[in-house]
Structures are given as structure tokens and as C-alpha cells.
Design a protein around this ligand. Structure first.
Ligand code: DGL
Length: 269
């Protein structure tokens, strides 16, 4: 059994943070990972900043009690609402947050064919000061559109829990409807749930998506001085619904992430 000295904690309102977890597991060697899914309080995107901060403080404490020495806030909404308070409260602990990768504008050579882009977020992230400041700083002329998606994170939780059926596909199509007429070439995913179905979104809207996972994993690599070839192939998982820690492996993760790649949409009609 793998035993590494460095332990990192990751949390989200649900399984959205798995899109970040996957990148970290693939890139950062020699770490143990604890993941908390705050299902008892999900979705975060429609709660108040103070409620999200309170939950984030509670979950951070649980992860620190297990010996985590770096915390990844694998949730755009919690990063917007709570990361400043977490950093203030635990000055000795590095916190890595997630923000939408609006920086496509400055790195357009990495995004071939980029013509027109939009960023989609939860309502909480979209209304947050942190997001507005980021957007204004990187995109002062407003060339990237912004659309809030009130139900998308919950629809994704349902798709991954019960499988993609016709009813959920209709829910998804309805939620994506405002994006259809925009003729986008690229869609920046500003909620960690969205990359879980990036393949479906790309097929539905005929565009390319941009996810922040790889950039977050790079940041974790920069902070931790870990080296080695060995990557973790399992992680410890707790849902705040059951409050039980369980071990999960890469097989579980890969099967759950099947809609993150294009080409696997089942025939529903
Ligand atoms: N995955 C989260 C995010 O990145 C929150 C989704 C939700 O619970 O509303 O914003």
C-alpha cells in the first residue's frame, strides 16, 4: 500500500472537485489525498458568502485534523466566497483556489481557432467581487461574455448519480439554451462541476471548452517540493451526508468522468 509523507486536502460542494482531483493525481507525485464532498450543504452556488465561509472553515478544520498540509479549494464558489478568510485564519497553510481561466486572452496560441469566448459560472461566483475584479483585470474591454448558470451544477450531480437519461438531457439542453445563439468558439468553465461533462457540452454546443484543472495542479506542484515517479492511485473520500471516510481508486474516478470526454453520448432519442 502506498504511504506518502505529504498529505493534501481537497474539497468542493460535491463531486465537481473531482475534475481538479484527476489533474492532481495525474501530475503531483508522492502525495496522499483526502477529498471532502460537502453534499449535506450543496449546492454552494445559491448560498450566501457567509454560509459558504462557515462551511469552508468547518471542512478545512476536518482536513487539517487529518494532517493535511496544503488545502485545495476545488470550487470556484468557495474560492470566491471563502479563501481570503481561510488564508487569514490559517496563515501557515497554503491554500490553492480555483478561478475560471479567463487568461485564454493572453495565451491564445494555446487555444487554436479562438474567435469568440464566454465564461460560465454559478450565480454566487458570477456575482462575487473576486470574479468581477478578475474579469475586469484580465478582460478590461469585456470581450469575453459572462453567463451565470443557476442549475447546471445540480443537473451534473444528477447525471453522474443516476446516469444520463432523456429527462436529464432535456434539463441540460434547457440550461445550455442561452449559449446556443452566441456562436462561441470557446467556453471557459467557471465551476469545477462543468468539466465533468465537458465532452457533452462540447458536442451539444459545437465548441471547445477550457478547464482550470491543469493550472491548479501546476500550482500545487510549485508549492510542494515533492518529487518522484510514483503517483497515488487511490484517495480517501468523505461525503458530509454519511460522514464516513472510504478509499476510492482511479477506476472509480475514470468511470465517473466518462462524460468529460467527447464521443460517449448514449443514444437517447
Ligand atoms: N463546484 C462548485 C464551483 O466550482 C460549486 C457548485 C455548486 O455547488 O453550486 O463553483
Amino acid at each position: 500500500m502506498q504511504q506518502f509523507e505529504t498529505r493534501i486536502g481537497i474539497f468542493d460542494s460535491g463531486i465537481g472537485g473531482f475534475s481538479i482531483l484527476r489533474e492532481i493525481m495525474g501530475k503531483v507525485p508522492s502525495v496522499e489525498i483526502d477529498y471532502i464532498s460537502d453534499d449535506a450543504f450543496a449546492p454552494y452556488g445559491e448560498k450566501s458568502d457567509s454560509d459558504i465561509t462557515r462551511r469552508s472553515q468547518l471542512i478545512t478544520k476536518m482536513l487539517l485534523d487529518r494532517g493535511c498540509s496544503l488545502i485545495v479549494v476545488a470550487c470556484n464558489s468557495a474560492t470566491a466566497a471563502a479563501i481570503a478568510a481561510l488564508r487569514q485564519e490559517h496563515r501557515e497553510i497554503p491554500f490553492v483556489g480555483v478561478e475560471p481561466y479567463i487568461n485564454v486572452l493572453n495565451h491564445n496560441n494555446q487555444f487554436p481557432g479562438i474567435r469568440k469566448a464566454a465564461v460560465i459560472t454559478t450565480e454566487l461566483t458570477g456575482n462575487s467581487q473576486k470574479f468581477k475584479v478578475l474579469k475586469q483585470r484580465i478582460d478590461p474591454t469585456g470581450s469575453i461574455l459572462h453567463v451565470s448558470m443557476p442549475r447546471l451544477a445540480s443537473i451534473i450531480e444528477n447525471i453522474l448519480e443516476r446516469g444520463l437519461d432523456l429527462e436529464l438531457m432535456n434539463d441540460l439542453r434547457k440550461e445550455l439554451e442561452p449559449l446556443r445563439c452566441l456562436e462561441l468558439s470557446h467556453l471557459i468553465l467557471g465551476c469545477t462541476h462543468y468539466p465533468l461533462i465537458a465532452g457533452l457540452i462540447e458536442e451539444e454546443l459545437n465548441l471547445a471548452t477550457v478547464s482550470p484543472g491543469p493550472y491548479v495542479a501546476n500550482r500545487v506542484m510549485d508549492i510542494l517540493s515533492v518529487s518522484g515517479e510514483e503517483h497515488c492511485t487511490s484517495f480517501s473520500y468523505l461525503s458530509t451526508n454519511s460522514m464516513n471516510w472510504e478509499k476510492k481508486g482511479t477506476d472509480y474516478l475514470n468511470s465517473l468522468l466518462k462524460y468529460s470526454r467527447p464521443g460517449i453520448k448514449p443514444s437517447l432519442d
